[in-house]
Design a protein around this ligand. Structure first.
Ligand code: GLV
Length: 312
């Protein structure tokens, strides 16, 4: 039998992955954190989500790590992947679709004043709020990878003027694009609803700070479905307090789970969800993983690879 595949995540027992991989690959020597890793020298492939420091490094014969999240910062945090080991990630259409839904849900809720109508309903008040035309509600997507591009295309299809910002220049049909540090202020200045879907890297950590919030127009709304560490929390709270930002829907946090005493929990302008904007769906993520396991074993070039230098 080929080398073992290890499931390295504390979230679930991982056996659903074995069930989904075996029909395509044949019987697998499948090891899990919960079930026991056995002789670690047998492990050739690790399916990983937030591995503890040192775990991957203890697999002497590891050849490939598959990130079970589309974000890979959990692998690069402090050199958790030993040098020379290939890093790939899931490319999950199910997860990508969920992420777009999350952004569209909060954007429409804000755009259509649902919170004000909910308050009016409580007060039995038949009150019509001022209407803002869709063509005047500018959406800005920060991060134009596969998730950002899908989200941007869907907002554009709904008729919102949509722009995107990315590290390097990109051209996308129907989307105005900005890039690099020099393009950030202009991108923010034209954005009424900011959707963060950036990878977390050294360059993007803390990018949503007082300066960025000040560059947004008054009344702007933030949807963060990227990583908590993109946001300087004190700066976001200050921008909400001052009224410069009208609200925020946050799925990700500097500390997860969000500590019980964190001001976000009870802030009247903040919505909190527990990192669920996009959950890995083994049904839709598995084909790419299967393909890579076959390629690795056949000595062919891998797909969905990650550049450890860029960090995504
Ligand atoms: C979730 O946060 C992911 O990176 O897939």
């Amino acid at each position: 039998m080929a080398g073992a595949i290890a499931y390295i995540s504390k979230d679930t027992d991982g056996l659903h992955w074995q069930k989904i991989l075996e029909p395509a690959l044949g019987p697998i020597d499948f090891r899990t954190l919960r079930g026991g890793l056995g002789n670690k020298d047998d492990i050739e492939i690790a399916l990983a989500w937030k591995p503890d420091q040192g775990v991957l490094g203890s697999f002497k014969n590891l050849k490939m790590v598959v990130s079970l999240g589309m974000g890979v910062d959990h692998l690069f945090a402090d050199n958790r992947v030993p040098p020379g080991v290939a890093v790939t990630r899931i490319m999950d259409d199910g997860l990508i679709g969920q992420m777009s839904e999350y952004a569209i849900y909060w954007a429409l809720r804000h755009h259509r004043d649902i919170d004000r109508y909910a308050a009016s309903q409580k007060a039995r008040s038949w009150k019509v709020e001022p209407f803002k035309d869709t063509i005047h509600r500018r959406i800005g997507i920060m991060g134009l990878g596969t998730i950002g591009q899908d989200t941007a295309a869907k907002f554009a299809a709904l008729g919102f003027p949509t722009a995107g910002w990315s590290r390097t220049a990109k051209t996308l049909p129907g989307i105005e694009t900005f890039h690099g540090p020099d393009g950030l202020a202009a991108f923010l200045a034209r954005t009424d609803i900011l959707v963060a879907v950036l990878p977390l890297t050294r360059e993007t950590q803390g990018i949503l700070n007082a300066k960025a919030f000040a560059a947004l127009p008054t009344g702007a709304y933030l949807i963060n479905m990227a990583r908590g560490a993109h946001v300087v929390d004190a700066d976001l709270l200050a921008a909400l307090e001052s009224g410069h930002l009208s609200g925020a829907a946050l799925d990700v946090f500097n500390t997860e789970p969000l500590p019980a005493d964190h001001p976000y929990w009870t802030h009247p302008k903040v919505y909190v969800t527990p990192h669920v904007a996009g959950s890995t769906n083994p049904r839709t993520a598995a084909p790419g993983v299967i393909e890579n396991i076959k390629r690795l074993r056949a000595g062919q070039p891998l797909i969905n690879t990650v550049d450890p230098k860029a960090g995504y």
